[in-house]
Design a protein around this ligand. Structure first.
Ligand code: SF4
Ligand code: MG
Length: 336
């Protein structure tokens, strides 16, 4: 594959006191320049772990990584720490859910935005400060030439998130990984931050991986969506396909538990019954089978015995027939 970012058959395993956790179990996807891929799933589905693997941020002693991660022609899975460190904050950058854990309380916002810029470009402190002011302007912080000298606690939650975006983008990264970037924010600020990310993507041309548990977040932001469950990808498609013609029962569940902002009625949500499985000992066959209401439609013991593969391109890892995948959603799930 000659995609900008290509991940093939990624496996991530942790050794814990209780045994081996299969956090990511055979994951493949592609991402093109300037595109946004939403990775959606409940917590523990492996979405954050996947991206820590891309960034090379695992503890090598406790983690086993298999498969291939190729960024712009460069193989990352076997890369040395030094190579990865050069790429991080420079060619690839990340934004996390909680700006407070990423920003140090002891240094000014400006100094923290300037730091990766100085480190990767060799700019002077003064140039770094000017760059920080420029970045604060781009992310919509008022009076950036004054606020650049503030400490994180002097910023609101939304402003800290903007500052973290400024820090992530300061070196024009080609790949930006945003892990639940708006989860801690209220709905209005959430929408503003997502709009900001979209605008900055236009300007910087970065590819973005947007990790979220909330399909609503990817709806207006992502081009393509990968749905993950129990360390595996279960469905892949364009955002439109995933939202209007989803073909995996797990995606149906995610969709029907998504609050409808447009509705006046306070609709009851339909959360997926049960909870995600332990990754120490994932269910046999289709990992979703203990929670799925459609195993009978498949018949026999296929769902419990046989792991459904996920093809590349538009696909759903489910034993239902192509017809069933298309029709069951419209017939049974959609009216609510
Ligand atoms: Fe449900 Fe079977 Fe499809 Fe898994 S393979 S999602 S258990 S119908
Ligand atoms: Mg996470």
């Amino acid at each position: 594959s000659d995609a900008f970012l290509s991940v093939r058959d990624l496996h991530v395993r942790f050794s814990t006191e209780d045994g081996i956790v299969k956090a990511v179990d055979g994951l493949s996807f592609d991402l093109e320049r300037g595109q946004t891929l939403g990775i959606v799933g409940e917590s523990g589905s492996g979405k954050s772990v996947t991206n820590l693997a891309v960034l090379g941020l695992h503890d090598p002693k406790a983690t086993e990584i298999g498969g291939e991660i190729v960024l712009d022609g460069q193989e990352l899975t076997g890369a040395r720490d030094k190579t990865l460190e050069k790429l991080r904050g420079n060619k690839m950058a990340m934004i996390f859910q909680d700006a407070l854990t990423s920003l140090s309380p002891y240094y000014t916002i400006g100094r923290q935005i300037a730091e990766p810029f100085i480190k990767h470009t060799g700019a002077t402190k003064r140039e770094g400060r000017l760059r920080a002011i420029e970045m604060l302007t781009k992310v919509g912080i008022p009076q950036p030439d004054l606020r650049v000298d503030d400490y994180p606690h002097q910023f609101s939650g939304g402003m800290r998130q903007r500052a973290m975006i400024a820090m992530a983008l300061v070196c024009n990264p080609q790949l930006l990984i945003a892990d639940e970037p708006t989860t801690a924010l209220d709905v209005t600020v959430q929408a503003q931050i997502l709009d900001l990310l979209k605008d900055l993507q236009q300007e910087f041309g970065s590819a973005i991986i947007l990790i979220t548990h909330d399909l609503g977040v990817v709806a207006n932001t992502a081009d393509d969506v990968l749905v993950m469950y129990a360390g595996r990808a279960v469905e892949r498609g364009s955002v439109k396909e995933i939202l209007t013609q989803p073909r995996h029962p797990y995606t149906w569940g995610l969709l029907s538990s998504m609050p409808r902002l447009s509705s006046d009625v306070n609709e009851a949500l339909h959360p997926i019954p049960g909870s995600p499985p332990s990754l120490l000992n994932p269910p046999s066959g289709c990992a979703f089978h203990p929670r799925c209401g459609f195993a009978q439609e498949v018949g026999g013991t296929r769902c419990t015995d046989e792991r459904p593969p996920l093809e590349l391109g538009r696909a759903a890892a489910c034993h239902l027939s192509a017809d069933q995948k298309q029709t069951l959603f419209t017939e049974q799930i959609k009216p609510r």
